[in-house]
Write a protein that binds this ligand. Sequence first.
Ligand SMILES: [Mg+2]
Length: 380
Amino acid sequence: MKIERVEIIPLERSLDREFVGGTYKIISRNTIVTRIYTDVGVVGEAFGGDEDRLQAPIVNLVRQHLAPLLIGEDGRNVERLWEKMFHSNVDLGNRALHVLDLNHRAILMQAIAAVDNALWDALGKYYQVPLYKLLGGYRDRLPVIAIGGYYYKGDPNHHALQEEALSYKEMGLAGLKLKVGRATLEEDIARTQAVREATGEEFIIACDANQAWEAQQAIQFCRLVEPLNIRWMEEPVRWYDQLDGLRQVSQATSIPVVAGQGEITRFGCRDLVLHGGVRILNVDVTIAGGITEWRRIAGMASTLNVQMAHHEEAQIAMHLLASVPHGLYVEIFPHPERDPLWRELPRHHPLIRDGHIHLPDRPGLGIELDPLVIERYRSD
Ligand SMILES: [Mg+2]
Protein backbone atom coordinates (compact mmCIF):
# COMPACT_ATOMS: atom_id res chain seq x y z
CA MET A 1 0.00 0.00 0.00
CA LYS A 2 2.28 2.78 -1.29
CA ILE A 3 1.51 6.34 -0.23
CA GLU A 4 1.00 8.53 -3.31
CA ARG A 5 -0.28 11.80 -1.88
CA VAL A 6 -1.04 13.50 1.43
CA GLU A 7 -3.76 16.13 1.62
CA ILE A 8 -4.40 18.31 4.64
CA ILE A 9 -7.28 20.78 5.02
CA PRO A 10 -7.89 23.22 7.89
CA LEU A 11 -11.54 23.88 8.85
CA GLU A 12 -13.03 26.64 10.92
CA ARG A 13 -16.67 27.00 11.89
CA SER A 14 -17.81 29.79 14.20
CA LEU A 15 -20.19 28.82 16.98
CA ASP A 16 -23.60 30.45 17.36
CA ARG A 17 -22.85 31.32 21.00
CA GLU A 18 -19.84 31.35 23.29
CA PHE A 19 -19.05 28.64 25.88
CA VAL A 20 -17.22 29.58 29.09
CA GLY A 21 -15.13 27.04 31.06
CA GLY A 22 -12.73 27.22 34.01
CA THR A 23 -10.06 29.31 32.30
CA TYR A 24 -11.26 30.04 28.76
CA LYS A 25 -14.08 30.73 26.34
CA ILE A 26 -14.77 28.99 23.02
CA ILE A 27 -16.28 30.80 20.04
CA SER A 28 -15.26 28.52 17.16
CA ARG A 29 -14.75 24.86 16.33
CA ASN A 30 -11.60 24.36 14.30
CA THR A 31 -10.35 21.05 13.03
CA ILE A 32 -8.02 19.49 10.48
CA VAL A 33 -8.93 16.90 7.86
CA THR A 34 -6.10 14.68 6.60
CA ARG A 35 -6.29 12.32 3.64
CA ILE A 36 -3.67 9.75 2.65
CA TYR A 37 -4.01 8.50 -0.95
CA THR A 38 -2.47 5.11 -1.77
CA ASP A 39 -1.72 3.11 -4.92
CA VAL A 40 -4.25 0.40 -4.02
CA GLY A 41 -7.18 2.83 -4.05
CA VAL A 42 -7.46 3.05 -0.27
CA VAL A 43 -7.80 6.62 1.03
CA GLY A 44 -7.14 7.08 4.73
CA GLU A 45 -9.17 9.97 6.10
CA ALA A 46 -9.38 11.44 9.58
CA PHE A 47 -10.38 14.66 11.25
CA GLY A 48 -9.40 15.95 14.65
CA GLY A 49 -7.85 18.67 16.74
CA ASP A 50 -9.29 22.04 17.68
CA GLU A 51 -6.38 24.42 17.20
CA ASP A 52 -7.01 28.04 16.46
CA ARG A 53 -3.74 29.99 16.30
CA LEU A 54 -1.46 27.03 15.53
CA GLN A 55 -3.70 25.57 12.83
CA ALA A 56 -1.93 27.19 9.86
CA PRO A 57 1.61 26.24 10.98
CA ILE A 58 0.48 22.63 11.59
CA VAL A 59 -0.99 22.41 8.09
CA ASN A 60 2.13 23.98 6.55
CA LEU A 61 4.41 21.61 8.42
CA VAL A 62 2.54 18.60 7.02
CA ARG A 63 2.51 20.01 3.48
CA GLN A 64 6.10 21.15 3.35
CA HIS A 65 7.93 18.75 5.63
CA LEU A 66 6.04 15.57 6.62
CA ALA A 67 4.25 14.73 3.35
CA PRO A 68 7.50 14.48 1.31
CA LEU A 69 8.86 12.02 3.90
CA LEU A 70 5.90 9.71 3.31
CA ILE A 71 5.52 9.63 -0.47
CA GLY A 72 6.48 6.21 -1.84
CA GLU A 73 6.52 4.57 1.60
CA ASP A 74 4.39 1.53 2.50
CA GLY A 75 1.44 2.91 4.49
CA ARG A 76 1.23 -0.30 6.52
CA ASN A 77 4.48 0.55 8.31
CA VAL A 78 2.95 3.00 10.77
CA GLU A 79 5.60 2.56 13.47
CA ARG A 80 8.39 3.11 10.98
CA LEU A 81 6.69 6.17 9.50
CA TRP A 82 6.03 7.62 12.95
CA GLU A 83 9.73 7.36 13.84
CA LYS A 84 10.69 8.86 10.50
CA MET A 85 8.48 11.90 11.15
CA PHE A 86 9.43 12.25 14.83
CA HIS A 87 13.18 12.08 14.26
CA SER A 88 13.26 14.22 11.12
CA ASN A 89 14.95 17.59 11.37
CA VAL A 90 12.38 20.23 10.60
CA ASP A 91 13.77 23.22 8.78
CA LEU A 92 11.98 26.13 10.40
CA GLY A 93 14.18 28.74 8.79
CA ASN A 94 15.45 31.06 11.47
CA ARG A 95 15.99 28.88 14.59
CA ALA A 96 14.46 25.41 14.97
CA LEU A 97 12.98 22.92 17.40
CA HIS A 98 15.02 24.48 20.15
CA VAL A 99 14.42 24.33 23.86
CA LEU A 100 13.02 27.88 23.82
CA ASP A 101 10.59 27.30 20.99
CA LEU A 102 7.87 25.55 22.96
CA ASN A 103 5.18 26.21 20.36
CA HIS A 104 7.15 24.39 17.70
CA ARG A 105 7.06 21.13 19.63
CA ALA A 106 3.29 21.29 19.86
CA ILE A 107 3.08 22.07 16.15
CA LEU A 108 5.25 19.07 15.26
CA MET A 109 3.35 16.62 17.48
CA GLN A 110 -0.04 17.79 16.17
CA ALA A 111 1.20 17.56 12.59
CA ILE A 112 2.44 13.99 13.19
CA ALA A 113 -0.90 13.22 14.83
CA ALA A 114 -2.90 14.47 11.83
CA VAL A 115 -0.92 12.19 9.50
CA ASP A 116 -0.71 9.19 11.84
CA ASN A 117 -4.47 9.12 12.51
CA ALA A 118 -5.25 9.09 8.77
CA LEU A 119 -2.65 6.33 8.25
CA TRP A 120 -4.44 4.14 10.81
CA ASP A 121 -7.75 4.75 9.05
CA ALA A 122 -6.08 3.64 5.79
CA LEU A 123 -4.80 0.55 7.52
CA GLY A 124 -8.30 -0.36 8.78
CA LYS A 125 -9.69 0.13 5.27
CA TYR A 126 -6.88 -1.91 3.73
CA TYR A 127 -7.53 -4.86 6.04
CA GLN A 128 -11.31 -4.25 5.91
CA VAL A 129 -11.65 -4.13 9.66
CA PRO A 130 -12.93 -1.45 12.10
CA LEU A 131 -10.05 0.39 13.74
CA TYR A 132 -10.89 -0.73 17.29
CA LYS A 133 -10.71 -4.36 16.18
CA LEU A 134 -7.46 -3.80 14.33
CA LEU A 135 -6.11 -2.44 17.64
CA GLY A 136 -7.26 -5.41 19.70
CA GLY A 137 -11.05 -5.11 20.01
CA TYR A 138 -11.48 -5.40 23.76
CA ARG A 139 -15.17 -4.38 23.71
CA ASP A 140 -17.88 -3.26 21.26
CA ARG A 141 -19.45 -0.47 23.31
CA LEU A 142 -18.33 2.08 25.87
CA PRO A 143 -20.02 4.28 28.44
CA VAL A 144 -20.43 7.80 27.08
CA ILE A 145 -20.49 11.02 29.10
CA ALA A 146 -21.30 14.63 28.22
CA ILE A 147 -18.85 17.50 28.33
CA GLY A 148 -21.03 20.30 29.60
CA GLY A 149 -22.00 22.29 32.66
CA TYR A 150 -20.45 25.48 31.31
CA TYR A 151 -21.07 28.67 33.28
CA TYR A 152 -24.44 30.32 32.79
CA LYS A 153 -24.92 34.05 33.07
CA GLY A 154 -27.47 34.53 35.86
CA ASP A 155 -28.39 31.10 37.20
CA PRO A 156 -28.28 31.83 40.96
CA ASN A 157 -30.08 28.65 42.06
CA HIS A 158 -28.40 26.46 39.43
CA HIS A 159 -31.73 25.42 37.95
CA ALA A 160 -30.54 25.85 34.37
CA LEU A 161 -27.49 23.71 35.18
CA GLN A 162 -29.71 21.05 36.77
CA GLU A 163 -31.99 21.00 33.75
CA GLU A 164 -29.00 20.64 31.45
CA ALA A 165 -27.61 17.70 33.46
CA LEU A 166 -31.01 16.02 33.52
CA SER A 167 -31.35 16.43 29.77
CA TYR A 168 -28.15 14.41 29.31
CA LYS A 169 -29.49 11.67 31.54
CA GLU A 170 -32.72 11.59 29.52
CA MET A 171 -30.66 11.52 26.30
CA GLY A 172 -29.20 8.19 27.46
CA LEU A 173 -25.75 9.40 28.50
CA ALA A 174 -24.00 7.82 31.49
CA GLY A 175 -22.69 11.01 33.07
CA LEU A 176 -21.47 14.59 32.87
CA LYS A 177 -18.06 16.22 32.99
CA LEU A 178 -18.78 19.48 34.75
CA LYS A 179 -16.81 22.72 34.43
CA VAL A 180 -15.44 24.10 37.69
CA GLY A 181 -12.67 26.54 38.59
CA ARG A 182 -14.03 29.88 37.39
CA ALA A 183 -16.37 30.70 40.30
CA THR A 184 -15.54 30.79 44.02
CA LEU A 185 -14.96 27.40 45.66
CA GLU A 186 -18.30 27.72 47.50
CA GLU A 187 -20.11 28.42 44.25
CA ASP A 188 -18.45 25.53 42.40
CA ILE A 189 -19.22 23.15 45.27
CA ALA A 190 -22.87 24.31 45.16
CA ARG A 191 -22.96 23.71 41.40
CA THR A 192 -21.55 20.20 41.83
CA GLN A 193 -24.05 19.49 44.61
CA ALA A 194 -26.91 20.76 42.44
CA VAL A 195 -25.95 18.37 39.63
CA ARG A 196 -25.75 15.41 42.01
CA GLU A 197 -29.16 16.25 43.53
CA ALA A 198 -30.77 16.55 40.11
CA THR A 199 -29.31 13.42 38.55
CA GLY A 200 -29.30 10.89 41.43
CA GLU A 201 -26.61 8.59 42.79
CA GLU A 202 -25.89 6.45 39.71
CA PHE A 203 -25.08 9.26 37.26
CA ILE A 204 -21.32 9.69 36.68
CA ILE A 205 -20.06 13.16 37.61
CA ALA A 206 -16.50 14.23 36.85
CA CYS A 207 -15.16 17.73 37.53
CA ASP A 208 -12.79 19.59 35.17
CA ALA A 209 -11.04 22.74 36.44
CA ASN A 210 -9.02 23.36 33.25
CA GLN A 211 -5.91 24.14 35.34
CA ALA A 212 -7.62 26.92 37.28
CA TRP A 213 -6.34 26.47 40.84
CA GLU A 214 -3.30 26.51 43.07
CA ALA A 215 -2.76 23.10 44.68
CA GLN A 216 -4.19 24.16 48.05
CA GLN A 217 -7.42 25.45 46.50
CA ALA A 218 -7.77 22.23 44.53
CA ILE A 219 -7.27 20.16 47.69
CA GLN A 220 -9.95 22.17 49.48
CA PHE A 221 -12.40 21.66 46.62
CA CYS A 222 -11.74 17.93 46.37
CA ARG A 223 -12.14 17.30 50.09
CA LEU A 224 -15.46 19.12 50.15
CA VAL A 225 -16.93 17.28 47.13
CA GLU A 226 -15.67 13.81 48.13
CA PRO A 227 -19.06 12.86 49.68
CA LEU A 228 -20.72 13.55 46.29
CA ASN A 229 -19.08 10.53 44.65
CA ILE A 230 -17.04 12.40 42.05
CA ARG A 231 -15.54 10.01 39.49
CA TRP A 232 -12.47 12.12 38.82
CA MET A 233 -10.88 15.55 39.24
CA GLU A 234 -9.47 16.73 35.91
CA GLU A 235 -6.59 19.20 35.56
CA PRO A 236 -6.98 20.76 39.00
CA VAL A 237 -3.79 22.85 39.08
CA ARG A 238 -2.13 25.62 37.07
CA TRP A 239 0.02 24.83 34.05
CA TYR A 240 3.23 25.77 35.84
CA ASP A 241 2.74 23.27 38.68
CA GLN A 242 1.81 20.13 36.78
CA LEU A 243 4.06 17.69 38.62
CA ASP A 244 4.44 18.63 42.27
CA GLY A 245 1.08 20.41 42.41
CA LEU A 246 -0.76 17.41 40.98
CA ARG A 247 1.10 15.10 43.36
CA GLN A 248 -0.02 17.16 46.36
CA VAL A 249 -3.64 17.04 45.23
CA SER A 250 -3.60 13.36 44.48
CA GLN A 251 -2.10 12.54 47.89
CA ALA A 252 -4.69 14.66 49.69
CA THR A 253 -7.91 13.29 48.14
CA SER A 254 -9.53 9.96 47.37
CA ILE A 255 -10.80 11.36 44.06
CA PRO A 256 -8.59 10.12 41.18
CA VAL A 257 -6.67 12.98 39.55
CA VAL A 258 -6.74 13.20 35.74
CA ALA A 259 -4.30 14.98 33.42
CA GLY A 260 -2.70 14.32 30.05
CA GLN A 261 -4.59 16.47 27.55
CA GLY A 262 -1.84 19.08 27.92
CA GLU A 263 0.97 16.62 27.19
CA ILE A 264 2.42 15.99 23.76
CA THR A 265 4.59 12.87 24.30
CA ARG A 266 4.75 9.57 26.18
CA PHE A 267 7.67 10.98 28.17
CA GLY A 268 5.52 13.79 29.56
CA CYS A 269 2.77 11.28 30.39
CA ARG A 270 5.26 9.06 32.20
CA ASP A 271 6.23 12.00 34.42
CA LEU A 272 2.60 12.88 35.13
CA VAL A 273 2.11 9.38 36.50
CA LEU A 274 5.45 8.83 38.27
CA HIS A 275 5.85 12.33 39.71
CA GLY A 276 2.36 13.86 39.50
CA GLY A 277 0.41 10.95 41.00
CA VAL A 278 -2.03 11.04 38.07
CA ARG A 279 -4.37 7.99 38.17
CA ILE A 280 -6.08 8.48 34.80
CA LEU A 281 -4.48 9.87 31.61
CA ASN A 282 -6.77 11.75 29.23
CA VAL A 283 -4.19 12.03 26.45
CA ASP A 284 -5.58 13.53 23.25
CA VAL A 285 -4.64 11.57 20.14
CA THR A 286 -4.94 14.68 17.97
CA ILE A 287 -2.44 16.61 20.13
CA ALA A 288 0.08 14.01 21.32
CA GLY A 289 1.45 12.42 18.17
CA GLY A 290 -1.52 10.33 17.05
CA ILE A 291 -2.75 6.78 17.54
CA THR A 292 0.75 5.26 17.43
CA GLU A 293 1.91 7.34 20.42
CA TRP A 294 -1.40 6.93 22.30
CA ARG A 295 -1.04 3.15 22.16
CA ARG A 296 2.46 3.34 23.61
CA ILE A 297 1.16 5.56 26.43
CA ALA A 298 -1.70 3.14 27.07
CA GLY A 299 0.80 0.26 27.28
CA MET A 300 2.89 2.13 29.81
CA ALA A 301 -0.22 3.10 31.81
CA SER A 302 -1.33 -0.53 32.10
CA THR A 303 1.94 -1.45 33.81
CA LEU A 304 1.38 1.30 36.40
CA ASN A 305 -2.31 0.57 37.08
CA VAL A 306 -3.29 3.85 35.46
CA GLN A 307 -6.52 4.02 33.44
CA MET A 308 -6.95 5.67 30.05
CA ALA A 309 -9.47 8.35 29.17
CA HIS A 310 -9.44 10.69 26.18
CA HIS A 311 -9.92 14.42 25.80
CA GLU A 312 -12.82 15.08 23.36
CA GLU A 313 -12.52 13.85 19.70
CA ALA A 314 -14.93 10.94 20.12
CA GLN A 315 -14.61 9.89 16.47
CA ILE A 316 -11.13 8.49 17.22
CA ALA A 317 -11.29 8.18 21.01
CA MET A 318 -14.03 5.53 20.91
CA HIS A 319 -11.82 3.19 18.87
CA LEU A 320 -8.86 3.62 21.21
CA LEU A 321 -10.77 3.26 24.47
CA ALA A 322 -12.62 0.19 23.15
CA SER A 323 -9.35 -1.45 22.17
CA VAL A 324 -7.76 -1.63 25.65
CA PRO A 325 -8.99 -3.22 28.90
CA HIS A 326 -8.21 -0.11 30.96
CA GLY A 327 -10.15 2.38 28.78
CA LEU A 328 -12.86 4.46 30.46
CA TYR A 329 -15.54 6.72 28.95
CA VAL A 330 -15.95 8.40 25.60
CA GLU A 331 -16.89 12.06 25.98
CA ILE A 332 -19.06 14.03 23.56
CA PHE A 333 -20.52 17.54 23.37
CA PRO A 334 -24.24 16.81 23.31
CA HIS A 335 -25.05 20.54 23.08
CA PRO A 336 -25.64 20.96 19.33
CA GLU A 337 -24.07 24.44 19.31
CA ARG A 338 -20.84 23.45 21.10
CA ASP A 339 -19.47 21.02 18.50
CA PRO A 340 -21.49 21.38 15.29
CA LEU A 341 -18.80 19.62 13.21
CA TRP A 342 -19.35 16.37 15.16
CA ARG A 343 -22.85 16.39 13.67
CA GLU A 344 -22.17 17.88 10.25
CA LEU A 345 -18.85 16.42 9.15
CA PRO A 346 -19.24 12.61 9.43
CA ARG A 347 -21.84 10.91 7.26
CA HIS A 348 -22.26 8.10 9.78
CA HIS A 349 -22.83 8.55 13.50
CA PRO A 350 -22.36 5.85 16.13
CA LEU A 351 -25.44 4.65 17.97
CA ILE A 352 -25.78 6.01 21.53
CA ARG A 353 -28.19 4.08 23.75
CA ASP A 354 -28.53 3.14 27.43
CA GLY A 355 -25.47 5.16 28.46
CA HIS A 356 -23.26 3.55 25.80
CA ILE A 357 -21.75 4.43 22.47
CA HIS A 358 -21.70 1.44 20.07
CA LEU A 359 -18.62 1.08 17.88
CA PRO A 360 -19.17 1.21 14.11
CA ASP A 361 -18.60 -1.98 12.10
CA ARG A 362 -17.40 -0.20 8.96
CA PRO A 363 -13.64 -0.41 8.26
CA GLY A 364 -11.17 2.10 9.69
CA LEU A 365 -12.68 4.95 11.68
CA GLY A 366 -15.99 4.06 10.04
CA ILE A 367 -17.36 7.59 9.68
CA GLU A 368 -16.79 8.87 6.09
CA LEU A 369 -16.62 12.68 5.88
CA ASP A 370 -18.98 14.87 3.87
CA PRO A 371 -16.92 16.65 1.16
CA LEU A 372 -19.45 19.49 0.89
CA VAL A 373 -19.05 20.30 4.59
CA ILE A 374 -15.28 20.24 4.18
CA GLU A 375 -15.51 22.75 1.29
CA ARG A 376 -17.92 24.98 3.22
CA TYR A 377 -15.67 25.45 6.24
CA ARG A 378 -12.17 25.17 4.81
CA SER A 379 -10.13 28.12 5.99
CA ASP A 380 -7.09 28.02 3.69
MG1 LIG B 1 -10.22 18.83 30.30
